[in-house]
Design a protein around this ligand. Structure first.
Ligand SMILES: *Cc1c(COP(=O)(O)O)cnc(C)c1O
Length: 392
């Protein structure tokens, strides 16, 4: 006989998923109702309102896609890119590469603007790409690159797109709820995010929002959107239909209860307060790591507070460290991706996982583990350094 699955209780300080709060887990366990039930529709309207608050937009086409962040990415590209369309794609990590894949699979032409992993997108290179190519339809970039821990200047990049009459598609999977994001203020046309990073919800849902301009472009498409499930014109019959909602697909009812609760928690805390909390605990974690002698990959000016890429001390078996943290402390941190594999760890401070208890746990667990493996680090200083930030 197979037994029921009881997962271990971990502390999730990797690149996502992050710790899910007991409030959100409790919401997930509430009774399932029909996805066309008037009570469910009332809740959907509340989700839309709170999501508009989180994204800072009043766009009517703001809704969660019933699939993970990658599907939100695909929803933006599949609806906006038509065969032959030119799209400037900025790549400074893993996720920009996936944007290129999306453009090409939907018949578009990807014009790549590349920056080193660990550096932000260079606005000057983007300007040069617009000068070199005419009729660019879309500029696509990642706001917070989770593979490196870098923040790019979304406001400046959107301005360049507007100066060149191009639409923008922006990946905010890791920034939403963790760092300043102003979708309407910055003029972002299509934005997607995820639930399992700074919103601390279980994975599997992707909030998206399209501007009026983007909606008009979708409505004027020459070719049929090559995805049935992600065709926003069809999805809107369900999410935008008010009392007359039509069946499109069965919404993930309980996952949306959880998402509602997570958005409610964000609203209670206040968006700006959530951004400040991520910065505050990052400062303490940084002080502790630096006191240990562990440095950062990314320069401070464009470092993400919610995703810390830190250099692995010389001669350390990095996979062994991660597996000991998991075994001995139930603590998950992330490995480096792609070009950064074996060079960095990625320590997440996302959403509900971004708190003092986790910062102190991570510092002491990492210090004990590294010291026991004979790594060349300073011991006995990290906790005090972090506590000094908290005491200030
Ligand atoms: C996690 C992540 C994604 C993908 O989200 P999934 O939910 O894993 O599909 C996309 N972009 C960025 C920047 C991410 O961090």
């Amino acid at each position: 006989m197979t037994n029921a699955f009881h997962p271990p209780v971990r502390t999730l300080m990797g690149p996502g998923p992050s710790d899910v709060s007991p409030r959100v887990l409790a919401a997930l366990a509430r009774p399932t109702i029909g996805h066309l039930d008037p009570e469910f529709i009332r809740m959907m309207d509340e989700i839309k309102g709170m999501l508009q608050y989180a994204f800072r937009t009043d766009s009517e086409l703001t809704m969660p896609v019933s699939a993970p962040g990658s599907a939100g990415m695909e929803a933006c590209f599949v609806n906006l890119v038509e065969p032959g369309d030119k799209v400037i794609v900025c790549q400074n990590g893993v996720f920009g590469g996936r944007m290129k894949e999306n453009v090409e699979r939907f018949g578009g032409v990807a014009i790549m603007v590349e920056d080193e992993w660990g550096k932000p997108v260079d606005p000057e290179k983007v300007k040069a790409a617009f000068e070199e190519h005419s009729d660019v339809k879309i500029l696509a970039f990642v706001h917070a690159e989770t593979s490196t821990g870098v923040m790019s200047d979304a406001k400046a990049l959107c301005q360049i797109a507007q100066d060149n009459d191009a639409l923008t598609i922006v990946d905010t999977v890791t920034s939403l709820g963790g760092s300043e994001l102003d979708v309407a203020g910055w003029g972002i046309d299509a934005v997607y995010s995820g639930t399992q990073k700074c919103l601390s919800c279980p994975p599997g849902i992707s909030p998206i929002s399209f501007s009026k301009k983007a909606v008009a472009v979708v409505e004027q498409r020459q070719s049929k959107t090559p995805s049935w499930f992600l065709d926003q014109k069809l999805v809107m019959g369900y999410w935008g239909g008010g009392a007359k909602r039509a069946y499109h697909h069965t919404a993930p009812v309980n996952s949306l209860y959880a998402f509602h609760e997570a958005l409610l928690m964000l609203e209670e805390e206040g968006l700006e307060n959530a951004w400040a909390r991520h910065q505050y605990h990052h400062n303490a974690l940084r002080a502790g790591l630096e006191a240990m002698g562990i440095g950062f990959l990314v320069e401070e000016a464009y470092r993400l507070p919610q995703l810390n890429s830190v250099m692995i001390p010389d001669g350390v078996d990095e996979a062994e460290v991660r597996s000991r943290l998991l075994q001995d402390y139930n603590l998950e941190i992330g490995a480096g991706l792609g070009a950064l594999a074996g060079k960095v760890w990625r320590i997440g401070l996302m959403g509900a996982a971004c708190n003092k208890k986790n910062v102190l746990l991570c510092l002491s667990a990492l210090e004990n583990t590294l010291a026991s493996m004979g790594a060349d680090i300073n011991t006995g200083k990290a906790i005090q350094a972090a506590e000094q930030v908290y005491a200030a």
